[in-house]
Design a protein around this ligand. Structure first.
Ligand code: ASP
Length: 293
């Protein structure tokens, strides 16, 4: 049975439904996840991924994306990518068509264009309007993000898949709203935002990227599974360590999610509520997580 998971209520639903359509049509796990993230990136109403997401303090969208295959640890990523969709496809091309793991900024854009992706304006009218608001009053704009969205603005879509103990992990995001230009979070970083190893399982992260990166959250969860923990226990363990050692992780949710080799899934958050979509075969369900004491 194929299991696919996807993060956060609204973007996660868009992504997992598109992934299931692709999966049912017969694509590989990577094809399915790429289709899911591509759909979420293209949806201009999702504020933390792709077109129409919240920009940096220069008003520009800088996208981060990554993918990793557990069968041979191959990985690809782009960071601070401007004006290109799908960022996840650019990351996949880095993995499949270069000898490198990550390309950054203008050079990532140049590579993506050379591989056939078309440059486009990702800043919608709504986002331009909100950026004007940010310029007038940054604090108010940041608060507005929290007040009007029906879920947190840090709703990166991270997706994991498992089939016959083969694992894939991918992530796509525009990063934290109104971030410093050039800032890169955990999502495109192998070991922080994603990790997959068929000998142990796979994991991903979403939330405050700086804290997740310092914790090497995804790698750490996979290592707990390598040592025998279930996906749920591995995620709880990582969240507990972060809560204890990284006080900032109590201010903004830091989430880790995982799939194990026993057929289980898990997720844990350091604060707030986190929603995970889980598709097992044809059944699709949402699970909500709160911090464990
Ligand atoms: N982890 C992402 C970052 O820090 C944000 C998110 O999950 O939405 O860039």
């Amino acid at each position: 049975m194929r299991t696919i998971v996807s993060t956060w209520k609204r973007p996660g639903e868009v992504a997992i439904k598109a992934a299931l359509i692709k999966s049912n049509a017969g694509g590989s796990m990577l094809d399915a996840i790429e289709a899911g993230l591509t759909a979420a990136e293209a949806d201009p109403t999702l504020v933390a991924i792709g077109k129409g997401s919240l920009p940096n303090t220069d008003g520009e969208l800088e996208l981060d994306a990554s993918c990793m295959l557990g069968k041979d640890l191959s990985a690809g990523a782009v960071c601070a990518l401007r004006g290109i969709l799908p960022a996840i496809t650019a990351a996949r091309y880095v993995m499949e068509r270069t000898n490198h793991v990550m390309l950054a900024g203008d050079q990532a854009r140049r590579f993506a264009i050379s591989q056939g992706l078309t440059p486009q304006n990702l800043v919608t009218e709504e986002i331009a309007r909100r950026f004007e608001m940010f310029l007038v009053n940054p604090d108010q704009a940041r608060q507005y993000v929290h007040a009007v969205e029906d879920e947190p603005p840090h709703d990166t879509v991270t997706m994991l898949a498992r089939e016959n103990n083969d694992f894939v992990a991918c992530s796509s995001t525009s990063g934290m709203p109104y971030k410093m230009p050039g800032r890169v979070g955990d999502s495109p970083i192998v070991g922080a935002g994603i990790y997959a190893d068929n000998e142990a399982g796979c994991a991903g992260a979403t939330g405050m990227g700086e804290e997740l990166w310092k914790a090497c959250a995804s790698f750490r969860a996979v290592e707990f599974m390598r040592n025998g923990a279930s996906a749920m226990d591995a995620c709880n363990e990582v969240a507990q360590i972060m809560r204890k050692r990284q006080p900032k992780s109590l201010e903004i949710p830091c989430v880790v999610l995982a799939l194990d080799k026993q057929g289980g899934f898990g997720a844990a958050t350091t604060s707030g509520t986190f929603e995970l979509w889980v598709a097992e075969g044809d059944s699709l369900q949402r699970h909500d997580f709160v911090p464990q004491s």
